[in-house]
Design a protein around this ligand. Structure first.
Ligand code: FES
Length: 110
């Protein structure tokens, strides 16, 4: 898989490839994320594999950056549902949504 061009990306989808996430389906999920996000050109999102994100109990884990939205149990079969919620601006409605960091700049605190 070619290295993603993160320099021009507006967002990054961090896909954990730590050992626990790999054992929970993270390898397959990464391939599906790559295909799904790759079809969404114009949104400026790239898939970036990462080391352990220290949320192993929710493996496999993905994080949308800089949005700060975390998703657990993000197996291949859930990629479409998660991404649809992200694209529609309702990531909290996605299956496996864990939390979103508070945005101190937002009027409601994020
Ligand atoms: S291996 Fe993925 S969160 Fe730890």
């Amino acid at each position: 898989m070619p290295a993603p061009d993160v320099s021009r990306a507006r967002r990054r989808l961090l896909v954990c490839q730590g050992s626990v996430c790999q054992a929970a389906g993270g390898l397959e999920a990464r391939v599906v994320w790559q295909r799904r996000v790759g079809r969404s050109e114009g949104h400026g999102t790239v898939v970036v594999p990462t080391a352990c994100l220290a949320m192993c109990r929710a493996a496999p884990v993905v994080v949308l950056y800089p949005d700060g939205a975390w998703f657990g149990r993000a197996r291949a079969r859930r990629v479409g549902l998660i991404w649809a919620a992200v694209e529609s601006g309702t990531p909290r409605d996605a299956p496996g949504f864990l939390y979103r960091r508070a945005d101190p700049e937002a009027p409601d605190g994020g």
